[in-house]
Design a protein around this ligand. Structure first.
Ligand SMILES: C[S@@+](CC[C@H](N)C(=O)[O-])C[C@H]1O[C@@H](n2cnc3c(N)ncnc32)[C@H](O)[C@@H]1O
Length: 209
């Protein structure tokens, strides 16, 4: 399956990134997928399309994001939500009348799968510890890029790896967010997990040996 952009922004924007990512998910065929950092919902929609192809209606997608910019969130790296393409700006402002970085817009993008989708608004540092991880078998970690946030997110998802699931982390080797790599390397070492660095060091795939 080819990764589509749905006229929105995504972090998997470079040619080949999305297809590589989808192939990783396809190999594992998860039944219950958690994405930390949904943004415009492009990856969410691609994952739902893929899991629907594999499992029919028998899958769950859980997406978590702050979905707003405020003072409390300013230390987190939230991608620029403005479009440089004027057609996209017009489409969202005057046709859809939506902010694509809002839970309503993401819900709309995923409406085909509304029975399979749970979207949660909040900060992963507070929310993840309340999520029941027992059924989740795949995590795409692409939320806050601060060292402490990535460390907390990984520790809150540890059960997934311990139960033979996968955590795929984005932006492993991002020069302007070195805390991502530091937190991942420490987490892998402290827990003696397997870690594969993939796709030009973009992704870190964490699993049990
Ligand atoms: C790089 S974007 C995610 C891109 C998306 N996964 C994709 O593939 O298009 C990062 C997202 O994480 C969210 N975020 C940042 N810090 C967060 C936190 N502590 N908790 C939840 N979401 C967070 C931001 O609001 C932003 O939408």
């Amino acid at each position: 399956m080819k990764y589509k952009k749905y006229f929105r922004k995504t972090s998997l924007k470079q040619k080949g990134d999305g297809d590589f990512f989808l192939n990783e998910v396809r190999i594992k065929k998860p039944k219950c997928f958690l994405e930390v950092g949904v943004f415009h919902g492009v990856t969410a929609r691609n994952v739902c399309e893929l899991l629907y192809k594999i499992h029919g209606g028998e899958f769950r997608y859980i997406g978590l994001d702050i979905f707003e910019k405020n003072d409390e969130n300013k230390s987190e790296i939230i991608p620029n939500t403005n479009f440089s393409n004027p057609f996209k700006k017009i489409y969202f402002e005057y046709i859809k009348k939506q902010d694509p970085y809002s839970i309503e817009a993401v819900r709309d993008l995923l409406k085909k799968f509304n029975k399979n989708v749970d979207l949660i608004t909040g900060n992963s540092n507070k929310i993840l510890k309340k999520i029941n991880m027992s059924k989740i078998d795949y995590v795409f970690l692409d939320g806050g890029h601060d060292y402490d946030t990535v460390k907390n997110d990984l520790n809150n998802c540890i059960e997934v790896v311990n139960k033979s699931g996968t955590i795929l982390c984005d932006d492993y080797n991002l020069s302007y967010a070195p805390g991502v790599k530091k937190a991942i390397d420490e987490f892998v070492k402290n827990n003696n997990f397997k870690c594969e660095i993939l796709h030009n060091s973009r992704f870190a795939k964490i699993e049990k040996y």
